[in-house]
Design a protein around this ligand. Structure first.
Ligand SMILES: Cc1cc2nc3c(=O)[nH]c(=O)nc-3n(C[C@H](O)[C@H](O)[C@H](O)COP(=O)(O)OP(=O)(O)OC[C@H]3O[C@@H](n4cnc5c(N)ncnc54)[C@H](O)[C@@H]3O)c2cc1C
Length: 472
């Protein structure tokens, strides 16, 4: 056994772990980083990056078959599914160097390619090393949750860890799980020429505001994606090429391939957390508002901390750790300004409180304003008029914003900025947006908030009449 000592030990080199490592080493701390599998974690290898790359392939195919509306003949796209996967692999290759062992070692981080597991409250074993650290950060992420549905053990299935390497195009993809991951993959595959059925135990996109989710669901139906809701998978049978999923109510769905996308399980199994006095819950490592575990020397960030599971959340957590563990400053997690987006077409994006949440929290003080894409000139020009923005406002201050429509993930950035800085609707109204951009919907929704106050106000009318009376 080789003993090592360091200021900061980070377990897991995904979005969260890499961000902490880069920040900490550049600020002068000694850092050891453990990674048992691929540098870059889920986001680079099995998550955000490959999924967005495959979605881009789907978009390219869809554009070919839906061009006549622009005066360009529709053609049936010749999809080469394996080549689309080459494109996905190439995109990963391009981004990979940023997360590579070489880059982090060049920064001064000691990278050890082993699993880390606690052997005491202060020590972690990784292969032949026993590491003691002033502070330890668990950033081990999550894995696909695969529930024990009867029969599944005998049927081949894909998860997000395998689907991007599948090279034979599924004839009919069955997707169990209608959350963001399942829905993104469903649409990408449909557009690449597969039949697709989404089997969802409750409601598809059920974590989103139903009014916004409906925009996406309508498009899915138009594209021929079958969505079976309230269909809890009870039994799975068959073999590759002929798979059947039977729901509790007796409905049977038939397909050639199966993708399991029912949720995520925190990666805590291999950590031996009990040896370090670190409590866990069903969702992951139990942490306080400062991301500290029940062992004061150990923090947990990103997916394994059991909160919002996004790359930008892990990055945000990393910033908190730098403040707290390195600079000794107070750091408290806040989620009211964290946006998220689902990259279906149309996209869904959200930040802050949903309408339902805002109503519960603010009751009669809540005003909800909407503006539809169909009144945006750029959206009309590009024939992308489905969708809307809605903003939840309390006494002039937005407390949440939801967008369903083209580029929603880009457009939500403004509202993430507004909420992060506690700004008001007047700040959005003061902005001049270039014409014609989709971004004008942000300004127009602020206009929709102020218009009734301005145009329906007897006081404003009186002032105008008074001023007009004085003008020569
Ligand atoms: C299909 C899919 C699409 C997604 N799309 C998006 C998106 O568009 N936008 C977005 O924001 N988020 C997206 N996500 C979520 C995002 O990928 C995660 O939130 C993010 O990767 C979490 O980062 P992390 O650092 O917590 O964990 P990870 O990135 O998963 O990194 C954890 C790392 O720890 C390693 N590890 C685990 N246990 C140990 C151990 N004991 N010792 C050493 N190493 C260990 C793992 O091998 C892994 O590399 C997507 C996820 C999936 C599955």
């Amino acid at each position: 056994m080789t003993k090592l000592k360091t200021d900061l030990l980070i377990i897991g080199a995904g979005s969260g772990g890499l961000s902490v490592a880069a920040g900490a080493v550049q600020m002068g701390a000694s850092v050891i980083l453990l990674e048992a599998h691929k540098m870059g974690g889920d986001c680079l290898n099995f998550g955000c990056v490959p999924s967005k790359a495959l979605i881009a392939s789907g978009k390219a195919a869809y554009a070919q078959s839906h061009a006549s509306v622009y005066g360009v003949a529709d053609v049936t796209p010749k999809v080469d599914y394996a080549a689309a996967k080459d494109h996905v692999a190439d995109v990963i290759e391009q981004i990979k160097p940023v997360d590579s062992q070489e880059r982090f070692e060049a920064m001064g981080v000691r990278v050890i390619r082993e699993y880390g597991r606690f052997i005491s409250p202060k020590e972690v074993q990784a292969g032949e090393f026993v590491i003691t650290a002033r502070r330890i950060v668990i950033a081990t992420g999550s894995s696909p949750l695969v529930p024990p549905i009867p029969g599944l053990e005998n049927v081949p299935y894909e998860t997000n860890e395998t689907i991007f390497e599948l090279r034979d195009k599924p004839g009919h993809l069955l997707v169990i799980g209608g959350g963001p991951i399942g829905m993104e993959m469903a649409q990408a595959h449909r557009r690449l020429g597969c039949e697709v059925t989404v089997i969802e135990g409750m409601k598809a996109l059920g974590n989103d505001d139903p009014e916004m989710a409906a925009v996406v669901l309508e498009r899915f139906a138009a594209e021929g994606i079958e969505i079976a809701e309230d269909a809890m998978a009870a039994e799975i049978r068959g073999k590759l090429g002929a798979i059947e999923v039977e729901a509790k109510d007796g409905r049977v769905f038939k397909g050639t391939h199966l993708l399991m996308a029912v949720g995520r399980a925190a990666n805590i199994d291999k950590l031996d957390t009990e040896k370090a006095g670190i409590e866990t819950t069903r969702r992951g490592i139990k942490v306080d508002a400062g991301m500290r575990s029940t062992n004061r020397r150990v923090y947990a960030i990103g997916d394994v901390a059991g909160g919002l599971q996004f790359t930008h959340m892990a990055g945000y957590h990393a910033g908190l750790i730098i403040r707290s563990a390195l600079l000794g400053l107070p750091a408290k997690e806040r989620t009211s300004h964290i946006p998220w987006a689902t990259y279906t077409d149309p996209e869904l994006a959200h930040v802050g409180l949903t309408e339902e949440g805002a109503r519960k929290e603010h009751g009669g003080n809540l005003e909800v304003v909407r503006f539809p894409y169909s009144h945006n000139d750029r959206a009309i020009a590009e024939r992308k008029t489905e969708g809307l923005i809605k903003v939840m406002v309390v006494r002039g201050r937005p407390v949440g914003a939801s967008i369903a429509g083209a580029q929603a993930g880009e457009l939500i950035n403004l509202w993430a900025f507004i909420l992060a800085n506690n700004l008001k609707m007047k700040h959005v109204a003061n902005m001049v947006a270039p014409y014609p951009t989709l971004g004008e919907i942000n300004k127009r929704v602020a206009g929709a908030y102020f218009s009734p106050k301005l145009f329906d106000s007897p006081m404003v009318k009186r002032v105008v009449r008074f001023v007009q009376g004085w003008l020569p």
